[in-house]
Design a protein. Sequence first.
Length: 226
Amino acid sequence: MVQREEQGTDTTLPVAEKDRRRGLAYGLATAVTLLIIGIVTWIVLVDDGGSDSEGTSVDVARSFIEARDAWDAETTVALFAPDAIIDDLEVPRAADYSEQYQWYEAVDWHWVADECTDVVSGTDTTVTCSYTMENAWSRAMEIGPITGSMEFVIADGQIVELIHNGTKGFNGEVFGTAWSGFRTWVADNNPEDFLSMYSGNTARYTPESIVLFKKNTTEFVASLTS
């Protein structure tokens, strides 16, 4: 039998040699594919590393304000590192948010994060968020919204320090007007409730006072909107 050779086609190679070459070609293609995947993955990680880290920190800060708005103490506490430093109004420890949020719910208190900016320093990120806030009192009195800002130091996805710059907004003229207006109304209309609700000029967070705050808030709003 005569073997024929056609240009561009090798019909004379033994089967084993053809298999060897085919295996080499397949292995080379696989190696090149894996190399390309590795390079693309590395580029994505390097390119997104900084922005993803910063975005995560901003997300943590916003999650805190969103949890506050929803009176979600469990989520709030989970955002803090175990040894976090907290200077947030009357909350010295993360565990105290549960008590405060019950009071927030009683007076229908809501928070909205406005602008959040972040600054990366080493392994920590400082995020500053401005916010607007209103409650049933301020809405009924048609004043506000109340404004302020919070500063978070975030490391490894957790809040390690929180400073609430309340004196710039939370305790300012708008909130002072709403607070004083409601407090005076309670003293004048339900003096029997007043002593259980307040200690001087500070709200009590006891189960009894929270029930009374909800009751008096409903009555106060009705007196202004009916």
